[in-house]
Ligand binder design. Structure first.
Ligand code: BTN
Length: 235
């Protein structure tokens, strides 16, 4: 494993994406990111004390494209699995791959594909207390427990657990993983808005299904969503 550590960088995902000699398990860690990227072009607030890192997973051609659609969920599941070992709290999994603690977001995941590698970027609020503009929506481990954590240890646990869980996934354990995800499904039973490229609909979220899509009850219909941005409707 090659580890690249930065006191400050624009984005660890960008660093790995543009690395031309990339190898599986290359890991980039930053203390601060000045242009941290989230999904759908959002900015990711990346202050000191958060675990900000990205690592590479080589595309395995024995695995089908359909199976790879589940990768973001698997990363979220694996992160939850690691967090439970670090601090056994009541985390929730928000489809497709955010983790929540007490109604506030504790981590975000950005999976990108570049040539033969997936770049898995994780931002996890660990020791940071100052969540700036995300204060009302974000939460850190330290905020919850008052403890300080060794960031590098936390990151190493998450990365090595991911490769273990990926092995399990490859060996056919998706059904068991999905069952565990559905036990902590943050959206279940909530009214949500689904914003896709051409329309917006509102419905009640159900389970995450075998293919990784989310079941939503819209009026009398049951729909499944695999694309688009999704958020909880304002009450
Ligand atoms: C999201 O919730 O929208 C995803 C946020 C992902 C943030 C992480 S921080 C480390 C890595 N580098 C980035 O620029 N983004 C990811």
């Amino acid at each position: 494993m090659r580890i690249y550590r930065f006191d400050e960088i624009d984005s660890t995902n960008r660093f790995l994406r543009e690395k031309d000699d990339i190898l599986e398990k290359d890991l980039a860690i930053a203390k601060v990111q000045n242009a941290g990227r989230g999904r759908r072009g959002n900015k990711w607030v990346s202050t000191e004390g958060a675990a900000l890192f990205s690592f590479a997973l080589k595309h395995d051609f024995e695995i089908s494209e359909d199976e790879y659609m589940k990768l973001p969920l698997l990363v979220g599941y694996s992160l939850l699995y690691s967090l439970k070992k670090i601090e056994n709290l009541d985390y929730k999994f928000k489809w497709t791959n955010d983790l929540y603690l007490e109604e506030k977001k504790i981590s975000g995941i950005l999976v990108e594909k570049i040539k033969d590698h997936y770049i898995i970027g994780i931002g996890l609020n660990v020791n940071n207390l100052n969540l700036e503009e995300a204060k009302d929506r974000g939460m850190s481990l330290r905020e919850k427990t008052g403890k300080e954590y060794n960031l590098e240890e936390v990151i190493m646990t998450i990365v090595s657990d991911f490769f273990e869980n990926f092995k399990e996934f490859k060996n056919g354990s998706w059904k068991e993983i999905l069952e565990k995800i559905n036990k902590v499904n943050y959206l279940y039973g909530r009214r949500i808005d689904i914003v896709t490229f051409d329309k917006e609909e509102s419905g009640i979220a159900g389970d995450i299904l075998e293919d990784g899509t989310l079941e939503v009850f819209v009026g009398n219909e049951i729909k499944r969503y695999n694309i688009g941005s999704i958020h909880i409707a304002k009450k």
